[in-house]
Design a protein around this ligand. Structure first.
Ligand code: ASP
Ligand code: MG
Length: 412
């Protein structure tokens, strides 16, 4: 039997009514002749509630018990779904991570999957089970403790199962009907993409298009898992949703695939630090140890042996960054004249694999921003992406203008 993996997010299983609707959807695929592996999230809001309870009990908690608690939301939906399917005469069984087992590292609350056994589930398929309903987001460590994969982790569970079982495809059902050229709340010209390359999706996912957990896309790219993002609230046709796939499958050739943005960024500049070997390490190693998620880094050319170092990070990491920098300064490891913190910036990026072979995208982007009178504060580029920091109040305007200029409302 061909195998299909279907993943349903929290809003798709938010109550009994929706669980029944999803069960019908699963029944349709079973009727087509598939053995189906269903990966479920907790009911929407549940994981947040569980996290809240843990924090209330112990502000500084033992991550092993955090995982024991927050993994439980998925146990509930998995069991309920198996019951619902059985009541519809679709033979189903629920599986918690440890029962499969899904072997993970011991990094609690951010574990990585090492191995997924196919034996137990395949044995049940051989006995006539049609649907394995697996609790997403969870696994078991070498020490035999329950682990979780980080928020949004059931996407990663779904991709990992698709690879492990050699399933035909991984369908991710969510509350949006696909991946868009930009956030539809920012411009109503945003267009749903039929296909997007793994690398583009990876950039868009990590840039704040929060449809898929970034790690799930990394994994899909590594194992060439074809991922389809679909709405669980709409009737499905062959062309529903967005297929995330290898770039060879993409015929459309828009140079730019999408415009992404991240609203709550901050820019921190150390003015006049000594320009000598080891200075970047002296700054960024402590920042990393302090858990500051540094994104862009720009070092200027130096004058008389001194240079400016600028980096960006999420606004809510600024306090941590400040105290880490104060510590390295007071330890005498580095000195600088001034520390400038700008908490009112946003990042806007254009992404597209077409940039590898087309020149002039950066120039066009800068021209568009110039015409709108938007000042660019920091620029970074990669092979398939150009990102700028701008004042936060111009973020929407920048996205709209770029979306228009690159004609993303039209298929390429
Ligand atoms: N329920 C977990 C979370 O909210 C995992 C998931 O839904 O993907 O992060
Ligand atoms: Mg999610």
């Amino acid at each position: 039997m061909p195998t299909l993996v279907m993943k349903f997010g929290g809003t798709s299983v938010a109550n009994m009514d929706r669980i029944r609707r999803v069960a019908k959807r699963i029944g349709v695929e079973v009727a087509k002749g598939y053995d189906v592996i269903v990966i479920l999230s907790a009911m929407s809001g549940k994981t947040n509630e569980l996290v809240g309870w843990v924090e209330e009990t112990a502000p500084i908690y033992d991550a092993r018990e955090y995982d024991a608690v927050v993994s439980s939301g998925e146990n509930v939906t998995a069991g309920l779904m198996a019951l619902t399917l059985d009541a519809m005469d679709v033979p189903a069984r629920s599986w918690q991570g440890w029962q499969v087992p899904v072997q993970t590292t011991s990094v609690h609350s951010a574990a990585r999957i090492n191995d997924i056994s196919t034996e137990n589930i395949n044995a049940k398929f051989a006995e006539g089970m049609k649907v394995a309903v697996v609790a997403g987001f969870q696994g078991i460590s070498e020490e035999g403790r329950i682990t979780t994969l980080g928020r949004g982790g059931s996407d990663t569970t779904a991709v990992a199962f698709t690879a492990a079982f050699g399933a035909e495809r991984c369908d991710i059902y969510t509350d949006v009907d696909g991946v868009y050229t930009t956030d539809p709340r920012i411009t109503d010209k945003a267009r749903k993409l039929d296909k997007i390359a793994f690398e583009e999706m990876l950039e868009l996912a990590s840039l704040g298009a929060k449809v898929l957990q970034t790690r799930s896309v990394e994994l899909a790219m590594r194992f060439k898992v074809r991922l389809r993002v679909l709405s669980s609230f709409e009737e499905q046709t062959e062309n529903s949703g967005t297929l995330v796939c290898d770039e060879e499958e993409i015929m459309e050739d828009n140079v730019v695939a999408g415009v992404a943005c991240q609203r709550d960024e901050a820019k921190i500049t150390l003015i006049s630090v000594a320009d000598r070997p080891g200075i970047a390490a002296a700054i960024f190693v402590p920042l990393s140890k302090a858990g500051v998620n540094v994104d862009m880094i720009v070092q200027n050319i130096s004058e008389e042996g001194r240079t400016d170092m600028t980096f960006s990070c999420p606004v809510d990491h600024v306090a941590r960054a400040e105290s880490a920098i104060a510590e390295i300064k007071s330890s005498g490891e580095i000195n600088f004249r001034d520390l400038i913190i700008d908490k009112d910036v946003a990042k806007v990026s254009v992404v597209g694999i077409g940039m590898r072979s087309h020149t002039g995208v950066a120039a066009q982007m800068f021209e568009v921003l110039h015409k709108e009178g938007i000042n660019i504060k920091v620029i970074t580029t990669s092979e398939i992406k150009i990102s700028v920091l701008v004042d936060r109040k111009y973020m929407e305007l920048a996205v709209q203008a770029l979306h228009d200029a690159f004609e993303l409302d039209k298929a390429g």
